[in-house]
Design a protein around this ligand. Structure first.
Ligand SMILES: Nc1ncnc2c1ncn2[C@@H]1O[C@H](COP(=O)(O)OP(=O)(O)O)[C@@H](O)[C@H]1O
Ligand SMILES: [Mg+2]
Length: 256
């Protein structure tokens, strides 16, 4: 299922050559966070400790939902896990690679190649077609145009948009836009899929279709998936439901 046999060689048993720098630990799961702390400094210099020591392991094919009150730090956590932000303290391993020692360029590479991100709002490029939006990360990752297009086409077909390749975002429904965003998140065959309120902007029926799709793709691509959601039905579908409360992530349903 994994395109190019996970050319990174970071996973056990994939037959790829080991990482030459030897920084990857093949026994680690696709996503692990240890003792994550994230502090923000407010305008008046006061410290806001949003995450106070978060631990999380997400295995191949596993879905974890993260619930919690608004402002609890769910998006902050997801941004750290997806290497969009750096922790104040603690360590994150993505596909066995510890992020803390990496320079910005290497972090960028990890993010582009190993992590897919779906936000509440699709953030598609408005002047580009669905196909071009999904091709973009593949081109940035260095694929040739035919390779980028071929993979993007297949991904859009797999999310049920094979007939919408040339549509621009405004010509698509909200559910379709979000499915393009999901296809784009998978453009570089990531091991980790992170979704922050992915159906927060959709009606109930469309939300359910999106949830079905996310879980189908998780299974098809062996993804380690973390879902931040207020949607009770979506949270409950995960293998584990976690609650972020007072900066600590624990088992159990938070306020949904
Ligand atoms: N870049 C930032 N600078 C300062 N404070 C921030 C920043 N990002 C988030 N926060 C604060 O951190 C807290 C958690 O925010 P967030 O992670 O967005 O919560 P959630 O996603 O659970 O609603 C909030 O109090 C928010 O104001
Ligand atoms: Mg949020």
């Amino acid at each position: 299922m994994n395109e190019e046999g996970r050319s990174t060689g970071l996973r056990p048993g994939n037959g790829a050559t080991p990482d030459p720098q030897g920084v990857h630990d093949p026994v680690l799961p696709p996503l692990e966070a240890r003792s994550l702390v994230r502090t923000f400094v407010g305008g008046n210099g006061s410290e806001l400790r949003v995450l106070r020591g978060v631990d999380l392991r997400v295995h191949v094919g596993e879905a974890v939902s993260v619930t919690g009150a608004s402002g609890a730090g769910k998006s902050t956590l997801l941004h750290l896990l997806g290497a969009l932000d750096r922790p104040t303290a603690g360590e994150i391993f993505v596909d066995g690679t510890p992020l803390s020692g990496l320079d910005d360029e290497s972090v960028c590479r990890i993010r582009n190649h190993h992590v897919g991100f779906v936000f509440q709002f699709h953030h598609l490029l408005r002047d580009f077609t669905a196909l071009e939006n999904v091709m973009m990360p593949r081109l940035i990752a260095g694929r040739t145009r035919p390779e980028a297009e071929d993979g993007a086409r297949r991904l859009l077909e797999s999310v049920g948009l094979g007939q919408r390749l040339e549509h621009r975002p405004r010509q698509l429904s909200g559910g379709e836009q979000q499915r393009v965003a999901v296809a784009r998140a998978l453009a570089n065959d990531p091991v980790v899929l992170l979704a922050d309120e992915p159906s927060g902007n959709l009606d109930r029926r469309t939300s359910e279709q999106l949830h079905d799709l996310l879980f189908q793709l998780k299974d098809d691509h062996d993804l380690a998936m973390v879902l931040v959601t207020h949607n009770r039905a979506l949270a409950a579908r995960a293998d584990r439901v976690m609650q972020l409360d007072n900066g600590i992530l624990g088992e159990g349903e938070g306020s949904l």
